[in-house]
Design a protein around this ligand. Sequence first.
Ligand code: G6P
Length: 500
Amino acid sequence: TTSETAATEAYELVIVSNRLPVDRVVDESGQASWRPSPGGLVTALQPVMRAEDGVWVGWAGVADEEIEPFEADGINILPVALSEQELQEYYEGFSNDTLWPLYHDVIAQPSYHREWWESYVQVNRRFADAAAGAAAHGAVVWVHDYQLQLVPAMLREVRPDLVIGFFNHIPFPPYGIYSQLPWRRQIIDGLLGADVIGFQRVADAGNFSRAVRRLKGYETRGPIIEVPIDSDDPEAGSHRHVTTNRHGGLVRTVLARAFPISIDAEQYQSLARRPDIRARAAEIREELGNPETIMLGVDRLDYTKGIGHRLKAFGELLRDGRIDVEDVTLVQVASPSRERVETYRQLRDEIELTVGRINGDYATLGHTAVAYLHHGYPREEMVALYLAADVMLVTALRDGMNLVAKEYVATRVDEDGVLVLSEFAGASDELRQALLINPHDIEGLKDTILQAIAMPKRDRVRRMRALRKKVLTNDVARWSASFLDALTRSAHGDHPLQDP
Ligand code: G6P
């Protein structure tokens, strides 16, 4: 439900992210409508925004469209326009062909282009201006993700009254990788405009602090970064929590630490209890020919997700006769993503070739080996799939958090099901009772898949119970409350070093 009410007031809370929770879609007849956006960021932030009265600044997913502020599902939306060229240079280029591969351990080769960087600076400026225009005096502005790393400093420059937070949803790479970036200092300066910088894992926060020390020479004390300020600066007095460091210099302090993100666990639980959704789960099993074991993978079609490694392990298990196509089916949901970026096109071809080969070699008329679905699905259908899946495979080569792992756990109100989880996904820091794997170790992955299939019920329940406790306690409401609490306390000169 979207309505065209103007959102021109000044807000106490402003969320800024590249992608809005809804995408504009225009069909062949020119008819425009809205559909929910893909990705973990939106999944996590939507319930936060519904609970608070603020505004969400972001891009509507189409080029060259000026869209008036509107309201969608109780959320005030302020769209930022991108031209076709900016879409290519800032979004597909610098964000998704430079930063994305660089921040995910260079699994794919990052491209460095100066025009892309210029576009990134220009678009970040536009987002900062839009946020500055929407924020009330002293408001909290919370900026999200790698597409907008320059926004914190740009905002601070024009609106020193604001309390500025930044959260990075993806990994922050080790220094040896980060230092490839030709604009590595500018990005650090951009981020340090925030009062609080949040990361998924403790290791990400550590990588960031190290980059700050190496590239800027600033001192850090645990999660506190001391950013020197020029005492001649007429604005020096207007900075928040300015103190004197141990060398007698004036510094602004910035807090950089981990705030692991989560999901609206209660929503998944209640969907999992709905009779129609439970019936749909049974129907899915039926449609697949009632195999003994259904395994499930759910990912955006992205090279960071290790879909190829998963298929390789599965194909070899079939080849070696360690599993039988009559007994085991793998359902792979791969939702379309960034389809105009070349690396993503190649990945799609590779994955679809592999799926075709496995099915050609091992499927029978009655039993598919891999049920491959190149679609996004509504949440109800996803919950039915999670309920139908005996084994959930999360084999990411690198992932900030991976909310799919948490969704699977929250859905399993029956305390059954086995989660196989990559140690390269942020979720593995918390979800220790999953079967943790190294996706590069194909033999290890195959053994773990067999272990998951054969796991006795009492072990499944024991593990799932422990996992559920984690996910239900540390839900997204708690995540945003703890971040916003750190941010408000920082506005009063107090830096919480860990969770209350
Ligand atoms: C990840 C990123 C988000 C992004 C999402 C979908 O979750 O952290 O920032 O929005 O992927 O990707 P897209 O490029 O379609 O926005």
